[in-house]
Design a protein around this ligand. Structure first.
Ligand code: 9PG
Length: 495
């Protein structure tokens, strides 16, 4: 592509684009773009192509900001992206501005891409060409810079969350394990609900035999035992909070930094740059390893990268990456780490699996969250599919987890067509999970689950941006992408 103008401290032409250096860089393009690529901060954050004239309306409620995206990105008056953004020319060519360093963000207009690094000078790539090629080139550069994992096949997982939610207990999990006995899958993962509190990572009264006994029961069936933890967040009700108020990340005024609102109240973050916090984190990971869990779903990890005044004055995403390096060391190379609610770039090279979209749900969309509150990180099948679709380019770097698939009709509002889309997405990533309880499945649904887990990963060909050939199926995800809007006029209401 010719006619690009750069503003940067240093510009170097490379084989497939340019390398820019600078704390603030700017690229001007010789056309008016039709769309821009918005890339969100963490697993759940909106990532999609948007029309350049899409107005930025801050999502709500504000107490959920950290769960939705980087609060710094949401606080602006225009769309902002974490690390990468791009423009689509009228003829379809794409120009990507993409950071190689952490703590970077980008604003796009119809004719410019402006990068900014929070911590001083950074390295950036400018890549132009067909969409697939520019994302491939960026993924190669990221592999060099941050590393990659996940050469083997992604696991087939049963996860308790989207079936039982927090209402889990020993008997129902053991019965489920038994009910799945003749199905081919790899991991039985216990999600949120086993712990005493967020911060107090010991079994509650629903697990009287303890977590080691559960892991043993799972291992006896030949599956890998998986466990959910949110190691960087604390509820104020937890013993941990009362015993170690000095461990909590605080702002410049000394007030605890809000990490969001969940489990019926505000949640706070640990300052992972403190040595005593690091020791506690390492012993937590070692403890669950000793219990027998070798698949860990580590969640709400963004908390360690929120703005705040840290014990060690290092950039916030660097603080997160250092904490993840310690968790990886404590877990060992042979533990599968599925990272969730995690800023994407800081996790590369450390995660085996990465959740790349918001939570799915046994319903398509909750318009109160999306159309009314502009929150596209809210649970729902459509939100999950949209952001996952726009993060498939990460596949050479990590196992990409699109979240679970539903086969059940019981306790589900999903149309068969919607369930098919979720299933095709999982086939495309190879990461195949479900939360369906075996006793809920009709015979043909159980058969569907069996085939899903039995299938060898199909050949996938991208036919168009949102149309794929997946094995023998041609699947079009195009209608998933548009953001739901609330009708403002009678004409819109009728269309
Ligand atoms: C357990 C769940 C499951 C799920 C995770 C995560 O309020 N929120 O914005 C919010 C977002 C995601 C979320 C929970 C709350 O889900 O993604 O798979 O493990 O935690 O609590």
């Amino acid at each position: 592509m010719t006619g690009l103008t750069f503003h940067a401290t240093h510009v170097e032409k490379q084989e497939d684009g340019w390398r820019l250096t600078g704390a603030s860089v700017r690229v001007e393009v010789p056309f008016r773009a039709v769309r821009f690529f918005r890339h969100g901060w963490h697993s759940w954050s909106l990532t999609t192509w948007l029309d350049v004239d899409t107005p930025y309306l801050p999502p709500g409620p504000r107490i959920h900001f950290p769960q939705i995206d980087d609060p710094v990105l949401l606080d602006g008056t225009t769309w902002q992206s974490a690390w990468l953004s791009g423009l689509e020319a009228p003829e379809g060519q794409v120009i990507l501005l993409a950071a190689l360093d952490l703590n970077t963000r980008i604003t796009a207009t119809a004719t410019t891409l402006e990068g900014h690094c929070e911590t001083g000078s950074a390295q950036w790539l400018v890549l132009t060409g067909p969409e697939e090629r520019v994302f491939e080139a960026y993924a190669r550069a990221l592999a060099q810079q941050l590393g990659r994992r996940g050469n083997d096949l992604p696991p087939r997982v049963w996860c308790s969350w989207y079936g039982l939610y927090a209402d889990i207990a020993e008997p129902v999990l053991l019965a489920t394990l038994q009910g799945l006995d003749d199905l081919p899958f790899d991991v039985f993962q216990i999600d949120d609900g086993w712990q005493q509190d967020i911060g107090d990572w010991e079994p509650n009264a629903q697990f009287p035999s303890g977590m080691a006994a559960m892991a043993q029961a799972i291992a006896q069936t030949g599956r890998r035992a998986g466990l959910w933890l949110a190691p960087f967040v604390v509820r104020p009700t937890a013993h941990l909070y009362r015993e170690h108020p000095e461990w909590i990340l605080r702002d410049t005024y000394g007030r605890p930094v809000w990490a969001g609102y969940n489990w019926g109240g505000p949640i706070f973050a640990l300052d992972t740059t403190r040595e005593d916090v690091q020791d506690w984190l390492i012993s937590l990971i070692r403890k669950v390893r000793t219990w027998g869990y070798t698949y860990l779903k580590l969640d709400f990890l963004y908390a360690a990268a929120l703005p705040g005044r840290r014990h060690r004055d290092i950039p916030r995403e660097t603080a997160l990456r250092e904490a993840l390096i310690r968790l990886r060391e404590a877990a060992g190379e042979d533990t599968y780490l599925l990272l969730c609610g995690v800023p994407i770039l800081p996790a590369l090279g450390l995660a085996d699996g990465l959740r790349v979209g918001p939570d799915t749900a046994p319903y398509w969309d909750n318009p109160l969250a999306t159309a009314v509150l502009h929150n596209y990180a809210a649970p729902g099948a459509q939100n999950a599919l949209r952001t996952t679709l726009h993060r498939l380019w990460l596949r050479p770097l990590v196992h990409v987890d699109p979240d679970v698939v539903f086969f059940r009709t019981q306790f589900s509002l999903l149309h068969p067509r919607e369930k098919d889309l979720l299933r095709h997405m999982a086939r495309m990533t190879g990461f195949r999970g479900t939360s369906d309880l075996p006793f809920w499945l009709l015979e043909h649904e159980r058969h569907g689950l069996r085939r899903f887990w039995e299938e060898d990963p199909p050949t996938v060909t991208r036919l168009e941006r949102y149309r794929f050939r997946i094995g023998e199926d041609t699947v079009d995800f195009g209608h998933v992408v548009p953001l739901p809007v609330w009708p403002q006029t009678p004409e819109e209401a009728l269309s």
